[in-house]
Design a protein around this ligand. Structure first.
Ligand code: ACO
Length: 328
């Protein structure tokens, strides 16, 4: 794919302590545990403290990733934060994180590609390193989705949770690292999953807040169909570009939106469920944080060994999607 071999030098994750269970949601909206588990696979999610914002979660994940990579923050050349729940419009969450970490020489920017954001971020970072422009790049997927979730809307409030995952990218020995990236977008589907309020189209006003425009709106059924289609095809395209057969996948790290979406991707790739990293039962959908948290957990649990072939695949608002194949 590129001249320099670029790979992941260290991973880290952080999830807030507070758990929001399905039983608690039963008290908040007209729903029930059985419906949530059978339709989504989610049992609980984590919710940030009111004192915590996305950069605080990102910071915790980042210091762990830096430690695992064996580098210090001042060695970072670039920080990319993928998020749809930035601390504020600007400065970027990446700049806030840069200051918290003391990553003095790092450039920093946020990237908006919803749940595909982390894979978009990896592709960006790998490109910077492959061209020789940068040596070490921190890529973070971090979200406080609880802040943009309407807890009176049963269609969406059962799905989302807060958390952060981070990786440090750098040069790795030849033969290892990222083998391919496939990124895609279909803006025609943008209205299936969005927040309109608070932007330049629908600025925040008392009316926009009363109309709850500052919360996630979603057409779940159509997003579901899109996700099932694109998860399999994006993974297959990334595998083809990498010249790796699906039978040789050691671990699939999918976006964690719905267990049925993950199962359909596994079916399409002829993989058993043991070959997927699944954490949505514990965390729900953490958008850009879902994939890096699942990856960090797989590493912590010793499920990833040198030479393993991993496929990362996700989809999200935009609409967007992305997949990557890497050799650990
Ligand atoms: N509890 C009980 N009933 C519910 C709930 C709930 N929490 N939510 C919806 N229902 C009802 C609906 O109102 C509907 O009732 P109706 O038939 O009387 O209208 C019924 O359950 C079935 O609704 P469906 O939409 O058909 O349910 P489905 O099986 O599709 O599951 C779900 C809904 C879980 C949202 C599913 O469509 C899904 O996972 N979609 C993808 C969502 C997704 O991946 N989002 C990604 C967001 S990522 C990002 O970028 C932030």
């Amino acid at each position: 794919m590129m001249g320099t071999s670029v790979g992941i030098l260290g991973t880290g994750k952080y999830v807030p302590e507070r758990r929001l269970t399905n039983k608690e949601l039963e008290q908040m909206v007209e729903t029930n545990e059985e419906w949530i588990v059978s339709r989504t696979g989610i049992r609980e999610r984590r919710i940030a403290e009111s004192s915590q914002a996305t950069s605080d979660l990102a910071y915790e994940a980042s210091i762990r990733a830096l430690e695992a990579a064996g580098i210090t923050a001042d060695q970072l050349d670039l920080i990319v934060v993928a998020t749809i729940t930035p601390d504020m419009f600007f400065p970027s969450t990446a700049c806030i994180l840069q200051e918290k970490l003391g990553a003095k020489k790092a450039a920093a920017f946020d990237l908006s590609a919803a749940c595909s954001g982390f894979i978009y971020g990896l592709a960006n970072a790998a490109g910077f390193i492959a061209t020789g422009m940068y040596r070490y790049v921190l890529v973070v997927g971090a979200e406080c989705l609880s802040r943009i979730t309407d807890y009176t809307d049963r269609n969406t409030c059962i799905l989302f949770g807060d958390g952060a995952g981070a990786v440090v990218l750098g040069e790795v020995p030849e033969g290892r690292g990222f083998k391919s990236f496939k990124l895609g977008a279909d803006g025609a589907g943008g209205d299936l999953l969005r927040i309109c309020g608070g932007g330049s189209r629908v600025p925040s006003t008392e009316q926009s807040v009363t109309e709850r425009r500052h919360f996630i709106e979603m057409n779940g059924r159509d997003v579901f169909k899109f996700a099932v289609r694109v998860m399999g095809s994006a993974a297959e395209e990334a595998l083809a570009a990498a010249g790796i057969d699906k039978a040789d996948i050691d671990l699939l790290i999918p976006h964690q939106a719905n267990i049925r979406i993950i199962q359909s991707a596994l079916e399409r790739l002829d993989l058993p469920e043991e070959k997927a990293a699944i954490n949505l039962d514990r965390y729900g959908n953490m958008s850009s944080a879902s994939i890096p948290v699942a990856l960090a957990e797989a590493v912590e649990e010793g499920r990833v060994s040198e030479g393993d072939r991993l496929v990362l695949v996700g989809f999200g608002g935009g609409l967007t999607w992305g997949a990557s194949v890497l050799v650990w």
